[in-house]
Design a protein around this ligand. Structure first.
Ligand SMILES: Nc1ncnc2c1ncn2[C@@H]1O[C@H](COP(=O)(O)OP(=O)(O)OP(=O)(O)O)[C@@H](O)[C@H]1O
Ligand SMILES: [Mg+2]
Length: 222
């Protein structure tokens, strides 16, 4: 049972919001709005991303995203993602949540399940073991899944130019990624909001706000 002290600490603790979705879903597009929306409620907000968020994490990001002639093994890929995540949790995410700030993160462990599990066929149980080891009890309070058909997402990214190692994957790869995202979100409707990202940006924004409102309301006194 939760002690009074634990209950008080958890009431003070910030909330951990993650934005997920395939390439071109609109994560980067919406992060600024999400941050402003939460700040307007008087909260401190830390915006960050994965892989990245620390000097080590950004170096790992360059390693995993850089196109290379030498294929990266799925095991190496998943371990690099969790190495970046371990540093990110210790240096950025936990300190922020602990002082009551809200953390808004562009991708987190659902992306590992979706890309390395779905896209690269890594057994999900291995990812779950790493998740437990690296994160302990840390899980997002809310994951906003921006859901879009891969054809639509890839077309948007294609217009952006400058493809990274994942952008170069084909529609079948992203269909598998999307399927794992949707399966995870559907199994846990309390912790996920599935938002149709194939609508005009204003509509997507409304969907995001509706998903954030209940969480903001629970912290009105915090
Ligand atoms: N709802 C939308 N309708 C039309 N265009 C959109 C929409 N959302 C985003 N875009 C456009 O699609 C492109 C990709 O969006 P964005 O960079 O936000 O995607 P992302 O999810 O961050 O992708 P990545 O995973 O590659 O970082 C941008 O040019 C953006 O302006
Ligand atoms: Mg982005």
């Amino acid at each position: 049972m939760e002690t009074e002290l634990e209950a008080e600490l958890s009431a003070h603790r910030g909330r951990f919001i993650v934005v997920e979705g395939i390439e071109g879903a609109g994560k980067s597009t919406h992060i600024t709005h999400i941050v402003n929306y939460i700040r307007a409620e008087g909260r401190e907000v830390v915006a960050t991303r994965e892989p990245g968020g620390t000097a080590l994490g950004e170096s790992i990001r360059e390693l995993v995203l850089a196109p290379s002639k030498e294929p990266m093994s799925p095991e190496a890929e998943v371990l690099l993602m969790f190495a970046a995540r371990a540093q990110h949790i210790e240096d950025v995410i936990e300190p922020a949540l602990g002082r009551g700030a809200w953390v808004v993160c562009d991708r987190f462990t659902d992306a590992t399940y979706a890309y390395q599990g779905g896209g690269r066929d890594m057994p999900l149980s291995r990812i779950a073991a790493l998740e437990d080891w690296v994160q302990g009890a840390l899980r997002p309070d809310l994951t906003l899944l921006l859901d879009v058909d891969p054809e639509v997402g890839l077309k948007r990214v294609g217009e952006r130019g400058g493809k990274d190692r994942f952008d170069q994957e084909n529609v079948e790869f992203f269909a598998k990624v999307r399927e794992v995202y949707l399966r995870r979100a559907t199994l846990d409707r309390h912790r996920y909001a599935i938002i149709n990202a194939d609508q005009e940006i204003g509509k997507v924004r409304q969907g995001i706000a509706s998903a954030l409102d209940p969480l903001l309301a629970t912290k009105a006194d915090g």
